[in-house]
Design a protein around this ligand. Structure first.
Ligand SMILES: NC(=O)c1ccc[n+]([C@@H]2O[C@H](COP(=O)([O-])OP(=O)(O)OC[C@H]3O[C@@H](n4cnc5c(N)ncnc54)[C@H](OP(=O)(O)O)[C@@H]3O)[C@@H](O)[C@H]2O)c1
Length: 326
């Protein structure tokens, strides 16, 4: 299928390289705020045949493009994805789908009205090791899951211009990395925690530099995670069950290894290494769904994306983290 890439940053480059490992994928266009940058990106990524566009709207008007991958900064997702939806393209938009639940709702509504595919790029859920882990959990491999724990911390020097720290680029630890353990908790325990407690350290720019979140579900199950830019964490997650433990090894947002530790039994590690970073797994699933005429992905349904955004809005409101326009 014919892909168009919106944005020429780090993730766009990694994704473009991984499409080489997704059977049947071809990049036919790249869009940037600058056509020259789009051209340079295509040439450097070994995509000489790809057309260079200035802006997402130009890519959306390109009849060759079937699927648009939006990899711009968080504050640009809404406008870029809306343009692609308006052009009738299927859209895979990087996480978080948008800055907040209101924006995410606008995107979901627009995609539904236009009848096009839309998915938030929560690529973790498509890794074979994660699929195997979820199958194992659902078949009761560690009994009933009672807790999810995770840390997703790495040190990033404070720089107000870096997108991680800049509110004007949708910065902050929750949207950048906290979203992954939150999504895992939703996967394992559901998207309706009954109680959510949290604390955050804010950067001088006003975005969250580190956050810790604890959630309790109606049946007493728990989830707790710390995510941030101030320390080196183990960057792994664990699901604790009544009959064992499951570890999603680092890096937990793109894992190739999970270990099952049954209580009193022998630990077993499931490994599924892949070439590249692993974006090909979500790309392959998106192509399969779009080819089948689907408008939504069952592994990242719109309702769950919206629910997660609402919960993140609530956390940020409590910490006083606001983005321009909020
Ligand atoms: N799936 C993952 O594991 C993963 C990992 C990291 C990040 N992400 C997500 O991917 C997205 C991009 O992250 P990144 O690390 O690739 O960021 P990046 O290197 O800063 O690139 C972002 C791109 O956004 C475009 N852009 C549009 N409007 C902009 C503006 N006003 N200011 C600056 N750039 C603007 C730029 O492309 P042009 O200059 O060509 O317009 C820029 O190259 C984010 O939403 C992030 O959350 C996902």
């Amino acid at each position: 299928m014919r892909w168009g890439i919106v944005g020429t940053g780090r993730v766009a480059r990694l994704f473009a390289a991984d499409l080489a490992h997704a059977a049947g994928a071809r990049v036919v266009a790249v869009a940037s705020r600058s056509a020259a940058r789009a051209r340079a990106f295509a040439d450097e990524a070994g995509l000489p045949g790809a057309r260079a566009h200035e802006g997402a709207a130009a890519l959306a008007a390109d009849p060759e493009v079937e699927i648009a991958y939006v990899a711009s900064i968080n504050t640009a997702h809404l406008a870029d994805a809306l343009a692609c939806i308006a052009g009738g393209k299927a859209v895979l938009c990087e996480k978080p789908l948008a800055l907040n639940a209101r924006e995410a709702g606008l995107l979901v509504d627009a995609a539904r009205r236009r009848g096009v595919f839309l998915m938030e790029g929560l690529w973790t859920r498509f890794f074979p090791a994660v699929r195997a882990a979820m199958d194992l959990l659902r078949s009761g491999g560690i009994g009933t899951p009672r807790a999810v724990t995770a840390d997703l911390c790495y040190p990033a020097p404070f720089d107000p211009a870096n997108r991680l720290f800049d509110p004007a680029q949708g910065g902050g630890a929750l949207l950048d990395v906290g979203i992954y353990p939150l999504a895992l908790a939703f996967d394992v325990l559901g998207d309706r925690p009954e109680r959510v407690e949290s604390v955050a350290n804010l950067a001088p720019t006003g975005v969250d530099r580190t956050c810790s979140v604890a959630m309790r579900y109606g049946d007493g199950a728990m989830a707790a995670f710390t995510a941030g830019f101030e320390a080196q964490g183990r960057r792994e997650a664990a699901v604790l069950g009544t009959r064992g433990r499951l570890v999603v090894h680092e890096p937990m947002w793109r894992p190739s290894r999970v270990t099952v530790e049954p209580a009193g039994g022998e630990a077993r590690t499931i490994e599924s290494p892949q070439p590249g970073r692993g974006y090909q797994h979500e790309a392959a699933e998106v192509m399969r769904l779009v080819a089948a005429g689907a408008t939504e992905c069952p592994f990242v349904p719109h309702a769950e994306t919206l629910r997660r955004m609402e919960l993140m809005d609530g956390l940020r409101a409590r910490w006083g983290v606001r983005y321009p326009g909020e």
